[in-house]
Design a protein around this ligand. Structure first.
Ligand code: SF4
Ligand code: SF4
Length: 433
C-alpha cells in the first residue's frame, strides 16, 4: 500500500516479511473495495485514505522516531486505559489492531476455540509477527474487563511486556476508590518506564490534547444527525478506528477541517445516500481495524449508519475529562472519574448503556438499531436481552447479530439485514399512510 520501501524498518522490528506482505495485499484490496468504491465521499477523507495507505509505513516511522528521542510507545486494547497518562509521560498511545483473523491455527493452540474473535486476533497478530505497532511497543497495557481478556493477558504477557490494570465491574464507592488507586498505579508504571515524573502541567496539557480530539470526534458524530447524513457510516467508523493510533494533534486539525466541509454539505443538502435511506444505529462490541464487515453489508444494501454506540464510536468519545483540576492529584481524580463513566457491558448493572442507546436512537432519528456482538462475547451477547427490552418500550425496531471476523456468514447476514430494512421500509410506509 505504501509508496516508500519500508522493508528494512519492518525487518528491524522482527516482522515476518512474507506473511506481512500477504496481509498488506489483503488489506489494500479490502480497503479499495469497501472504502474507495464509495461514491460522493467528502474531500477531507483524502487524509484518512493517506493514513491508511501509510498504516504500516509512515506512522510506524514516526513511532520509531519518538523512541529514538527517548519517548515510549505504549499499546492498549481498551477504552479504560487513560491515553492522557501515557502522553503526559512523553509517550505515544497506540490502540492495537484486533479486527482480523490472523494466525488462527497458532492461536487455537493457546486459547480455546470458543474465544471471541477480538481476543484471538490480538494474540494472533503477535504470534504471526505481522503487526509493526505491537512490535514497536515498549509496553502493552491490559485491563481486567471481560474474563476472556484478563485470562488472555496472562498468556499474551509471555510474548510481550504487559502491565494489567484492574477495572472494577461495578460503580460503587469502593469500586471507585479501587479504580482511582489503579490510575495511580498506572502513573507510577509510566514514570518508571519513561524515567520521568508526570507533572501537573504535563497532565493538564495531555488532557487538553485528548479532549480536543474527542471534541472533534463529537462534532463529527453530531453532524451525522443531518438528513441526509453528510458522511457514510463506513467513513465515520474508519475515523473512529484511526483515532486510536494517529497523532492526536494532527488528527484533530484534519477532523475539524473535514467537519467544516461536512457543514457545507449539510447546508447544500449533499449526502452519501438519498435523504429517505434507512437510518441505522449500530450498538454493541467494538469494531477494531480492519473489521468493516457488518457496516459494509448494511451500507452496501443502501441504508446509512448514522451512529455507533460502541467503543469505536460514541462510547469512546462522548465523555471529556473536566479541565478544572489544579494539582496533579486533582487532575488524576478527574481522569479517573471520566474513565469510570464508560458504560462497557463488563459492568453490572449497566443501565447507563441502555439509557444511552435509547437516547442515541432518538437523537439520531434512527429508524432501527442493529445490535452487533462477537460470538462468544458473554457481556454483549447477554446484555442484548436488556437492550431489546429497552428498545421495545420505545417501539424502536431491533436486529440482533452475532458474528465473527470470517466472511463465511456474509451472505446470511446480508439476507437478515435486507429483511430488516424491508421491514423498516414497510413500517415507515404504514406510518406515512
Ligand atoms: S467493549 Fe469494554 S472491554 Fe472492550 S474495548 Fe470497550 S470498554 Fe474495553
Ligand atoms: S468483544 Fe466481548 S469477549 Fe471479546 S474482548 Fe470485548 S468484551 Fe471481551
Amino acid at each position: 500500500m505504501a509508496t516508500t520501501d519500508y522493508t528494512a524498518m519492518w525487518e528491524g522490528l522482527g516482522i515476518d516479511l512474507e506473511a506481512h506482505d500477504e496481509l498488506l495485499q489483503v488489506l489494500g484490496a479490502a480497503y479499495a473495495d469497501v472504502f474507495l468504491s464509495q461514491e460522493n465521499r467528502p474531500e477531507g477523507m483524502e487524509y484518512l485514505d493517506f493514513v491508511m495507505t501509510e498504516i504500516h509505513g509512515l506512522r510506524i516511522q514516526e513511532l520509531l522516531d519518538v523512541k529514538k528521542r527517548g519517548g515510549k510507545v505504549v499499546g492498549t486494547f481498551c477504552l479504560y486505559v487513560p491515553e492522557e497518562i501515557i502522553l503526559a509521560a512523553g509517550g505515544v498511545s497506540v490502540g492495537l489492531c484486533a479486527g482480523a483473523d490472523i494466525g488462527t491455527q497458532q492461536v487455537e493452540q493457546l486459547l480455546p476455540r470458543n474465544t471471541c474473535a477480538l481476543i484471538k486476533s490480538f494474540v494472533g497478530f503477535k504470534l504471526a509477527r505481522v503487526c509493526p505497532y505491537v512490535e514497536a511497543c515498549d509496553l502493552v497495557i491490559g485491563e481486567t474487563t471481560c474474563d476472556g481478556k484478563k485470562k488472555a493477558y496472562e498468556i499474551f504477557g509471555e510474548l510481550k511486556d504487559t502491565f494489567v490494570i484492574e477495572v472494577p465491574h461495578t460503580k460503587s464507592d469502593p469500586a471507585k476508590a479501587l479504580w482511582r488507586s489503579e490510575v495511580g498505579r498506572l502513573v507510577r508504571k509510566m514514570e518508571e518506564l519513561s524515567g520521568r515524573e508526570i507533572s501537573a502541567a504535563a497532565l493538564r496539557e495531555s488532557v487538553r490534547v485528548v479532549n480536543a480530539k474527542r471534541k472533534a470526534l463529537q462534532r463529527l458524530n453530531s453532524l451525522r444527525r443531518a438528513r441526509p447524513s453528510p458522511i457514510s457510516g463506513l467513513d465515520a467508523l474508519l475515523i473512529n478506528q484511526i483515532q486510536f493510533y494517529d497523532d492526536p494533534v494532527r488528527l484533530t486539525e484534519k477532523l475539524n477541517a473535514l467537519c467544516d466541509q461536512l457543514e457545507e454539505r449539510i447546508a447544500d443538502k449533499v449526502g452519501v445516500a438519498p435523504a429517505d435511506a434507512a437510518r441505522i444505529l449500530v450498538s454493541g462490541c467494538p469494531m477494531a481495524t480492519p473489521n468493516w464487515k457488518v457496516p459494509s453489508i448494511v451500507e452496501g444494501i443502501g441504508a446509512t449508519i448514522v451512529a455507533e454506540e460502541s467503543c469505536v464510536g460514541e462510547r469512546g468519545t462522548r465523555n471529556l475529562v473536566a479541565e478544572d483540576g489544579e494539582t496533579r492529584e486533582a487532575i488524576l481524580d478527574r481522569i479517573a472519574e471520566r474513565y469510570l463513566q464508560i458504560d462497557c457491558a463488563c459492568f453490572t448493572p449497566n443501565t447507563e448503556r441502555l439509557d444511552h442507546i435509547v437516547e442515541m436512537a432518538r437523537d439520531y432519528e434512527a429508524d432501527g438499531v442493529i445490535h452487533y456482538a462477537l460470538q462468544f462475547c458473554a457481556p454483549y451477547t447477554m446484555e442484548a436481552y436488556k437492550v431489546a427490552k429497552a428498545l421495545k418500550r420505545e417501539n424502536t425496531p431491533l436486529l440482533t447479530l452475532e458474528t465473527d471476523y470470517s466472511m463465511e456468514d456474509a451472505a446470511q447476514l446480508e439476507t437478515r439485514v435486507q429483511a430488516f430494512l424491508e421491514m423498516l421500509e414497510q413500517s415507515g410506509r404504514q406510518q406515512r399512510a
